[in-house]
Design a protein around this ligand. Structure first.
Ligand SMILES: Cc1ncc(COP(=O)(O)O)c(C=O)c1O
Length: 385
């Protein structure tokens, strides 16, 4: 089974699809049954049977089958957002008294969720590397959570090394693979137990969807589907599942274009005198490049770079000078976006978090690289001191 086929056709040949080129959107909150015994049997197996939208839906199932196959996992469960998937996954894997190791920088709300869990007696420790894991591990450590590339800094974690370390200590590993998409990196094949994604980024691809997914072995996904999925109520709607399916149809060609344009923009910035550093794991100068090439088959187009300035006004002027890049949060859509984390947080918070004043995050979209390079070039020149 190749990924293009999974994205385009796989999982769609149900008898109810009647050969339709797109699977039908099952817009119904419930399913009915011929008799009471049938309903009783379905309720006992609500993970496999269609009873009520908050638990299962045939259109959502098509998206789930494709995402599970792309990640080479047994089962996938789609949520109403990436955070829905992340919070349900972590909750499902820990109990009061457990400890979580967080390796490297992860998405801010994931850390916020771990802080929230403290009121239920679940603690966590942030560490930078495996030496940090060795020092911070406790008898109560149950889970190791990480992203690769890491959030904002785009540092690379050696996935096989980390999962071997965790397995040797009986920990469950959960990895956020949103950056790479299931096309460019397959963490389950490198020993990760459970993968989570925000589908709101490249998979959706058109900035018209918020969704998430968790993928892993049935022994871990089924309990989550029957408990946290049902109880938190962060179900994916069939309409959003149709957008996921549509996004997957073009994901391979979009990701090839994102990769090419992202690398062209990163290379341009690396050679510009007004730029101090570029954090893109696809550049040979990136410290994690060799590991990245070993464990990934491609690079997406979200990365950061540092303006050669420590002046907030100058960094803000750079953003204001951009004509093509739009200023906004999120990433992975067709449109190029710019964000400056240092400019959107309090100065004291910025300093504590160690975010350089001139750190700029780019999500390179599908516009021609010349347009984007031209825009960045004029803004760098127009904002130079
Ligand atoms: C790396 C990463 N993971 C998870 C999420 C959360 O996804 P969502 O916004 O779909 O809840 C985001 C959102 O920005 C993200 O950047």
């Amino acid at each position: 089974m190749n990924d293009e086929w999974i994205c385009g056709r796989m999982g769609e040949d149900e008898p109810w699809a009647l050969g339709a080129v797109n699977p039908p959107v099952f817009e119904n909150s419930l399913f009915t049954f011929g008799n009471a015994a049938e309903l009783g049997a379905a309720i006992k197996d609500e993970d496999e049977r269609y009873v009520y939208w908050r638990g299962t839906n045939p259109t959502v199932d098509v998206a789930q089958r494709k995402l599970a196959a792309l990640e080479r996992g047994e089962r996938a469960k789609c949520f109403g957002s990436g955070m829905g998937a992340i919070s349900a996954t972590i909750s499902s894997l820990v109990s009061a008294g457990d400890h979580v190791l967080v390796l490297g920088a992860v998405y801010g709300p994931t850390t916020q969720f771990l802080r929230y869990l403290e009121k239920f007696g679940v603690t966590h420790t942030h560490v930078d590397d495996l030496a940090g894991c060795d020092s911070a591990i406790r008898a109560s450590t149950r889970l190791l959570y990480f992203e690769s590339p890491s959030y904002m800094a785009y540092a690379i974690v050696d996935i096989a090394e980390v999962t071997a370390w965790a397995r040797g200590r009986g920990l469950v590993t959960v990895m956020d693979n949103t950056w790479s998409t299931p096309l460019f990196q397959k963490p389950l094949t490198l020993g990760v137990d459970v993968v989570v994604h925000s589908l709101s980024k490249y998979v959706g691809g058109h900035s018209d969807l918020v969704g998430g997914v968790v993928i892993g072995p049935s022994r871990l996904i089924r309990p989550l589907a029957l408990t946290e999925y049902q109880l938190y109520g962060a179900a994916m709607s069939p309409h959003d599942a149709a957008k996921v399916i549509k996004g997957l149809r073009t994901l391979p060609v979009r990701m090839a274009a994102h990769q090419e344009r992202g690398l062209a923009v990163a290379a341009f910035l690396e050679g510009h005198p007004a730029v101090r550093a570029v954090n893109h794991p696809g550049l040979p100068s990136h410290p994690g490049h060799a590991t990245a090439v070993r464990q990934m088959s491609g690079f997406s187009s979200l990365f950061s770079f540092e303006l050669a300035t420590d002046d907030r006004q100058q960094a803000a002027l750079f953003l204001d000078k951009l004509r093509h890049f739009r200023i906004g949060v999120s990433w992975g859509g067709f449109e190029s976006l710019v964000n400056a984390p240092a400019l959107t947080v309090e100065e004291s918070v910025r300093a504590t978090m160690g975010i350089p004043v001139g750190l700029i995050r780019l999500s390179v979209g599908l516009e021609p690289a010349e347009t984007l390079v031209g825009d960045l070039g004029q803004a760098l020149e127009g904002s130079a001191a």
